[in-house]
Write a protein that binds this ligand. Structure first.
Ligand code: ADE
Length: 232
């Protein structure tokens, strides 16, 4: 069982690599893939960089070249739904691209020729990741539901409100998950994603995000990944 751990930012990857005693670098597609062990389990850790295309490339290389058996994404997101606060944790049960619109040819948000706008994560892996998050971060609120992705950092209250109105089920917004979900769907690869809320995707998002990533997000990611790989 080989697990891919994908992070979007340097701080998060560094915290995961600090838990790996034997990582060896392999380069592909302009990225460094770190192959080794964590808690005695085979792991490939990688920085996917930011945005849907970067995330999709990374996921495809993990499936094709590294032959991983499951993929876990760990990172941060902006909170959208009313009860989702900075510091909370969100597990995605499905993803949607909020910036995809091929209407009138296809319904808004639908991925053309897939017949669907949402891609589900793997239920069993998501349950494992949720229990890992609850064990690793006692006292932290954990949510599970729809997460939306787009190639935009949402940093104004008006855009956040527009997203909430258009997609009232969305718990959080980020920039990679829906792309990875679609690639994993194509490869039949179990996928789960955990996001710590770094900001509320509003006018304060930029400052909240910067502070949060350096202070909290990387510790959260590493703790959750460690708890996941410690599971029997
Ligand atoms: N990731 C973390 N915060 C975000 C935001 N406000 N918009 C998009 N991606 C994010």
């Amino acid at each position: 069982m080989r697990t891919a751990i994908v992070a979007a930012m340097h701080e998060e990857l560094a915290a995961v690599l600090a838990l790996m005693p034997d990582e060896a670098r392999q380069s592909a597609a302009g990225r460094d893939f770190w192959v080794g062990h964590l808690h005695g389990r085979e792991v490939v850790a990688v920085l996917c960089r930011i945005g849907k295309v970067a995330a999709a490339t990374t996921a495809a290389v993990l499936a094709e070249r590294f032959q991983v058996d499951r993929l876990v994404f760990t990172g941060v997101a902006g909170g959208l739904a009313a009860g989702v606060h900075v510091g909370d944790v969100v597990l995605a049960d499905s993803f949607l691209q909020h910036d995809l619109d091929a209407s009138p040819l296809f319904p808004k948000y639908e991925v053309p020729l897939y017949g669907s706008s949402r891609f589900a994560t793997d239920r069993e892996l998501t349950c494992r990741l949720e229990s890992a998050a609850r064990i690793a971060l006692p006292g932290v609120a954990v949510h599970r539901g729809l997460v939306v992705s787009g190639d935009r950092f949402v940093a104004t209250t008006s855009e956040s409100r527009a997203l909430q109105a258009a997609l009232p089920q969305a718990l959080a917004v980020e920039m990679e998950g829906a792309a990875i979900a679609q690639v994993c769907h194509d490869y039949g690869l179990p996928f789960a994603a955990v996001r710590t809320i770094s900001d509320r995707a509003d006018d304060d998002a930029h400052t909240d995000f910067a502070r949060f990533v350096s202070e909290v997000a990387s510790r959260h990611s590493a703790a959750i990944v460690r708890a996941l790989l410690a599971q029997p």
